[in-house]
Design a protein around this ligand. Structure first.
Ligand code: F0G
Length: 389
């Protein structure tokens, strides 16, 4: 098997790079698509988890950052800057270190998970905590990069970011040998859902993963693309409810965003795909977070588990049987027309994107968990405990 060389080398024919582009990579991508048979059976789904926590800095941001940083170096940038709820700052800091470029990260004071802050500091970024939220930070860094073009902005408003991130959709299709019926994904600044849709469409246009033929129905060959299920936190759900949120709130700090920068891209993607947006409460997100780890052995950060929380909710509401619709930007959309599902046992084949690793946010994990039990170093006591005495 050829050695994995990162997403740019793997998918360069789909990416805006040339032989002259200096590739800055940590060999990101190639993340596992983990089957989730137990949780899937509970929900009536043929369920797979795209575990993006397995990227080099523990989130999907690495896919976008390899592109953004390579293009920044190619363009002769003197430094890079971003605003972040944590994961972008970790990835920017790591890839900037790799590229030998100074990196400035602007994060909301007190609203970034501990692991992410540790990463930005360790990778040597100048880390600036502002008294404001992510949306405030993004406004500041956009202006700074505009007024100082030698400083490259590496947020997802940088188009190269989404180019890199679309490779996750390619990997899903490569792993499944085709397209899932649905893809559930957490939505914050709304870049990633937009990137997945670009990826699915481009792969289909290139004839990858197309349905060979439909002999029974005589339907023409072609790919049936997944419906996108965009899940937001209830306290930060502008794409569900319409409008903007001035003071977003959620335990999923990664998606604590009230003015998504790629709002229109996400709306178009969801609409074209025949999907919808939903919100989940913090309680639902944390319940999914624990259930996923305890049922499938996959530990993803709270915001990531919005995708799974959304699936739990949709399955309970009868969405997959066509009994419940969703929302797009404040407008209700009906339940999708029934179409044959392609998963095992005729169930819907669903991919839930888990955007970041659970270890990013150890504080939340410990807060929602049972305390460790304390014992003296005594064999008898341990034996009694283990045997339930
Ligand atoms: N999940 C995680 C773990 C994230 O870190 C983010 C975004 C998202 C989901 C949402 O993706 O913004 O493309 O809709 N994190 C950004 C950051 C905002 O700064 O790390 P999106």
């Amino acid at each position: 098997m050829a050695r994995w060389q990162g997403v740019i080398r793997q998918y360069q024919r789909f990416l805006p790079v040339s032989e002259a582009t200096p590739v800055v990579t940590l060999l990101e991508g190639n993340t596992p698509l983990v089957p989730a048979p137990r949780l899937g059976a509970q929900l009536g789904l043929d369920l797979y988890l795209k575990f993006e926590g397995m990227n080099p800095t523990g989130s999907f941001k690495d896919r976008g950052m390899t592109m953004a940083m390579s293009k920044a170096v190619e363009a002769g940038a003197k430094a890079v800057i971003c605003a972040s709820t944590g994961n972008t700052s970790a990835a920017a800091a790591a890839y900037a270190a790799r590229a030998g470029l100074p990196c400035f990260v602007v994060i909301p004071d007190g609203a970034v998970a501990m692991g992410k802050l540790a990463q930005a500091l360790m990778y040597g970024a100048r880390t600036i905590q502002i008294e404001g939220n992510f949306d405030d930070g993004l406004r500041l860094v956009r202006r700074l990069a505009q007024e100082h073009p030698e400083i490259a902005l590496v947020n997802s408003v940088n188009p190269y970011r989404l180019q890199g991130q679309k490779t996750a959709a390619f990997e899903v299709v490569d792993a499944l040998g085709g397209y899932p019926d649905f893809l559930a994904i957490p939505v914050g600044n709304a870049g990633n859902i937009t990137a997945y849709w670009m990826g699915f469409k481009e792969y289909a246009a290139a004839g990858v993963g197309a349905v060979e033929s439909c002999s029974s129905s005589g339907a023409p060959a072609g790919a049936v693309l997944p419906r996108l299920l965009g899940i937001q936190a209830a306290g930060a759900a502008p794409l569900v409810n319409g409008g903007e949120v001035d003071d977003p709130q959620t335990v999923g700090t990664a998606i604590k965003i009230g003015r998504p920068a790629t709002r229109q891209g996400a709306i178009d993607a969801v609409r074209e795909s025949g999907g919808a947006f939903w919100s989940v409460t913090d309680e639902e997100m944390l319940a999914a977070y624990r259930r996923l780890a305890a049922t499938e052995g996959v530990f993803a950060e709270p915001a990531s588990c919005a995708s799974v929380a959304g699936l739990i909710k949709l399955s309970e509401n009868g969405y997959f049987e066509g009994r419940a619709g969703g929302f797009i930007d404040g407008t209700q959309v009906p339940a999708p027309e029934h179409r044959p599902f392609t998963g095992r046992g005729g169930r819907p084949k669903v991919v839930a994107v888990l955007t970041g690793h659970g270890l990013k946010d150890p504080d939340t994990a410990i807060r929602v968990s049972v305390r460790p039990e304390k014992l003296p170093a005594d064999y008898g006591r341990l034996e009694r405990l283990v045997l339930g005495g």
